[in-house]
Design a binder for this molecule. Sequence first.
Ligand SMILES: Nc1nc2c(c(=O)[nH]1)N[C@H]1C(S)=C(S)[C@@H](COP(=O)(O)O)O[C@H]1N2
Ligand SMILES: [Mo]
Length: 414
Amino acid sequence: MASKRPARREFLKSGAALAGGLTLGGAAPASAQMPDSHPMIKGDKSQIPYGERSRFVNSVRIAHGGRPSPDAFGLYFHIAAPLQDSVGVITPSSLHFVGTTRGAYIPEIDPQTHRLMIHGMVDRPLTFTMEELKRLPSVTRLHFMECAGNRASRNAKTVQESHGMTSCAEWTGVPLSLLLKECGLKSGAKWFVAEGSEEVKGASSMPIAKAMDDCFVAYGMNGEPLRPQQGFPLRLMVPGFEGIFHTKYLRRIKVVDRYYMNYNDYGHLDQDAKIAALEYQIGPKSVITFPSGGHRLPGKGFYEISGLAWSGGGAIKLVEVSTNGGKTWTRAEFKGTPQRMAHTRFGLMWNWDGSETEIMSRCVDEIGQAQPTRAQLAKYWNKPFDETFSVPGLDNSVQPWRIASDGSVTNGNA
Ligand SMILES: Nc1nc2c(c(=O)[nH]1)N[C@H]1C(S)=C(S)[C@@H](COP(=O)(O)O)O[C@H]1N2
Ligand SMILES: [Mo]
């Protein structure tokens, strides 16, 4: 493993910088020129109650996996976030990915009438109004969420198509442990199940230990109430666990003594114990978001490679980037302090010499789990590593991006 920390001075000396500046090749900035002034945005007064982004910014979500969304029945399925345009670690609420279990729709819920019931193996079954929940001590945390289908693939053309089913937001709510203590857990209470308010509802059984550790019922997202697509007025947060556990429109939590099979278990959890065990906690994963599939580098010279890393196992400890197809790896720089079970932004200064190459990232989390390559995963699953290979269960493999000499970027797995 050839890993070294890039020394800034060394980097600048190595020819990336000339005459005190970074070499930007064909895209070099002009010398000092007075920038234009501009008229006001038309209809700007309408933005007083609620602001909108500039009409020059047009990054949007897309239907995931080629499935039309909404479909012929008007139902919404999975929608992917535009990671290729992302900066920092917070996904704006309007661009957060959307995961809906088969045939789900967005229920319109009046928070005044919404209730959360906690029952089952508890001493005092309780029902909370939203007002009551908001009076309780809260937590505010940055957490990623990721759907099971999110993965490096041969077919994806962009990082939005391959990895757009993950997002990261700041969530606010009440610790589930506090609510469960209020109800009083009976001895023998080992699992819990959560139920949403639409017609297709419910998450698979989750261990009580997770509930008492870091689950919370969230009513806030990115500084405002949850958006309807994210579960307004209340959702369950199960940090680091697969997206499907984060029950939206949360109305009921039942404490039970054994694993309960419910709707989500059929056709989702695998019969194979080896696969099923891996369905809970998201493995360490990283992906380069710039440059990535569909981007085009205007010419050789300096670029900051930028990407995201996350793990259900805790905070990201290390991200390494290779700019030569995996031959050597360099430690990337963190932008800000990595948070537990949250997206971490990384960057690496890179001077592209204009020749064809492949770039990729890999990461390690705080408990030492390392992100595998596809070849390593094929070996783990004892499958031939060829065009037919797909990862059973969750797939956290390395995503390579191929850079052609004309600067165009394509999927290295294709
Ligand atoms: N009530 C309810 N909760 C749900 C779902 C759903 O369809 N209904 N989808 C689940 C799935 S599969 C995922 S990946 C996450 C996605 O959360 P998001 O739409 O806020 O990104 O919500 C989960 N919680
Ligand atoms: Mo999902």
